[in-house]
Design a protein around this ligand. Structure first.
Ligand code: AHM
Ligand code: MG
Length: 331
């Protein structure tokens, strides 16, 4: 296995990608270009988000997405910005997006890669100025290059097939955190220079942690096992933190040590709320690369075989010890 790259803090994202490129002797540069396209789309979307309160884009768009939820205008803006950047970049043949029921075909049938993404997650937080994020997972296409991509073969791949996974956190600063399977690195955006800089090299979950993150208002809807676990968290004196923005809640766990749970709520979300392909899998990839764990339905998230592009799965993700402890209650 190729060793995780080390580069000094302050290296630009572009330079980092070039250095990484040298690590893959047989790579032809397409993945590097794709990562750059994502960096560019993140900058463009970040600009819209930063001035969101000024335009009339924080409200409802009047339409519903696949899951029947109201779409915020910024959700759609995020989708459009990413699709445009990815189409122009030409490295992906298709896109699975939370905002589109069908597979988005880019028309680039010669492209090698498939991307699954939630262009703007946590959108209920937009109008209250709370962190939101983009989540993405990248796969190699399984159909032959030059042919039209297919849902079953290209979109419905297991998380273990990801060759890159990451998120952009639009918080008090904008960060891009991603892995290509050789550790996790975080880049912070400097708006005055228009560049992402390596700020968090080789990110690792602290092995321990004492922060638990869950929507506890559903306590009586969760099964007994989850209730026992939550009682345990309180008895142990763990700290509760819940932003309601998956990327932000995950990022805090990654930095401070902690666990995030979105269990099933029978009657409301019988399979949990979060989507396997473009919310759980990319974060699971990052979690495992950073020494953490990610489970759903007692199974490693990345080993679940998807049957539907928008399927949901209960999620338990975070620091190793905390996830193991929760799993003991939930088995
Ligand atoms: P979204 O994709 O519609 O934005 O929903 C996903 C979000 C996650 O960011 C967050 O963790 C979760 O929904 C919060 O759900 P709830 O409000 O039920 O606690
Ligand atoms: Mg989402």
């Amino acid at each position: 296995k190729i060793k995780a790259l080390s580069a000094p803090v302050g290296t630009t994202l572009d330079r980092w990608i070039d250095l990484n490129q040298d690590q893959f002797p047989y790579a032809t540069g397409e993945l590097s270009r794709l990562l750059r396209d994502i960096g560019l789309a993140a900058k463009i979307l970040g600009r819209e988000i930063n001035r969101a309160g000024l335009g009339d884009i924080t409200g409802m768009a009047g339409s519903e997405n696949v899951q029947g939820e109201d779409q915020k205008m910024l959700d759609i803006v995020g989708h459009i910005r990413f699709v445009r950047a990815l189409k122009m970049g030409g490295q992906v043949c298709c896109i699975v997006s939370e905002e589109k029921e069908e597979l988005v075909l880019t028309g680039k049938n010669d492209a090698k890669y498939v991307i699954a993404m939630d262009p703007l997650d946590g959108s209920s937080n937009i109008e209250v100025n709370v962190p939101i994020g983009t989540v993405f997972g990248i796969y190699r296409r399984k159909t032959e290059i030059g042919t039209p991509p297919e849902v079953a073969k290209d979109a419905l791949q297991k998380g273990v097939e990801q060759i890159a996974g990451g998120y952009v956190l639009f918080g008090s600063s904008t960060m891009l955190v991603y892995t290509t399977g050789y550790g996790v690195n975080g880049f912070t955006y400097d708006p005055s220079l228009g560049e992402f800089y390596l700020s968090h090299p080789k990110m690792r979950f602290p092995a321990e942690g004492n922060i638990y993150s869950i929507n506890e208002s559903h306590y009586f809807k969760y099964g007994e096992a989850v209730q026992h676990y939550l009682n345990h968290c309180k008895r142990e004196g763990y700290t509760a933190r819940y932003i309601g923005s998956l990327v932000a809640d995950f990022h805090r766990s990654l930095i401070k040590g902690g666990i995030y749970l979105y269990p099933a709520t029978p009657g409301v979300y019988p399979d949990g709320k979060l989507r396997l392909l473009y919310e759980c899998n990319p974060l699971a990839f990052i979690a495992e690369q950073a020494g953490g764990l990610a489970y759903g339905n007692g199974q490693r998230i990345m080993e679940i075989a998807p049957v539907n592009m928008h399927q949901r799965v209960p999620l338990i993700i975070g620091s190793e010890r905390m996830v193991e402890e929760a799993m003991r209650f939930l088995k």
